[in-house]
Design a protein around this ligand. Structure first.
Ligand code: PEP
Length: 244
């Protein structure tokens, strides 16, 4: 919205290869001359490549998950310090695919957000209801429950985060929330942030965002940008979203 900086973050999910990434990252580096902040969250093995190819550009980078533990016997985990080694700015926490396939609770997600903040990373806290929850009229309750342990970290912590509202039924389905539908939930999130004293937090929408629907979503008063999955794998499309 007006007072808050526009932010568009790409989530590559488990896609890419060292060879294929070069063209995409080069295109982002060359094309990201837009007023929005633009970032990509890439698979861990490609952080060094993203750093090397984006370092001198306007585009920042980050990871898609992080451990709550600092170091030690946690096989397969990646720490906040490791992300900082690659100059990450962002880390997604609580993406719906982590919640549903890896059983991540909202409490764990809040712990990950706190760990990220302590390392100087910006956690992008993902929340959103499933289709079943939406059809049962539970959206507001689900959003409140997912936010609760995050908001409990307090206004100073929350002020340094980004929230991404991603209705699960819109992720990767081609079925975007209408701008009005998204705005309704963003307004609830904004009200909770205002009540806490962190009203200026950027709240992104995610779920089948494309160049064709980005501008109408961004026109909404409480939508400050987008978290983009599929469309972030195509440089031209992703840059058109960032420019919308
Ligand atoms: C996502 O995974 O965060 C996402 C929004 O995916 P898509 O844009 O493909 O729906």
């Amino acid at each position: 919205s007006q007072a808050r900086q526009r932010l568009v973050i790409g989530n590559w999910k488990m896609n890419g290869s060292l060879a294929d990434n070069v063209e995409l990252l080069e295109a982002l580096r060359a094309g990201a001359d837009v007023s929005a902040d633009v970032a990509v969250c890439v698979p861990f093995p490609y952080l060094a490549q993203a750093q090397a190819l984006l370092e001198t550009s306007k585009v920042s980078w980050g990871a898609q998950d992080v451990s709550v533990h600092a170091s030690g016997a946690y096989t397969g985990e990646v720490s906040t310090a490791m992300l900082s080694d690659f100059n990450c700015r962002w880390v997604l926490v609580g993406h719906s695919e982590r919640r549903s396939y890896h059983g991540e609770s909202s409490e764990l997600v809040a712990q990950k957000a706190q760990a990220a903040l302590q390392a100087g990373l910006v956690p992008v806290v993902c929340i959103g209801e499933t289709l079943q929850e939406q059809e049962a009229g539970e959206t507001a309750d689900v959003i409140a429950a997912q936010l609760k342990p995050v908001l409990a970290l307090g206004p100073q912590a929350v002020a340094k985060m980004v929230i991404a509202y991603e209705p699960v039924w819109a992720i990767g389905t081609g079925r975007t929330a209408t701008p009005e539908q998204a705005q309704e939930v963003h307004a609830l999130i904004r009200a909770a942030l205002r009540e806490l004293g962190a009203e200026q937090v950027q709240v992104l929408y995610g779920g089948s965002v494309k160049a064709a629907n980005a501008a109408s979503l961004f026109a909404m008063p409480d939508i400050d940008g987008a978290l983009v999955g599929g469309a972030s794998l195509v440089a031209e499309e992703f840059l058109r979203i960032a420019a919308a």
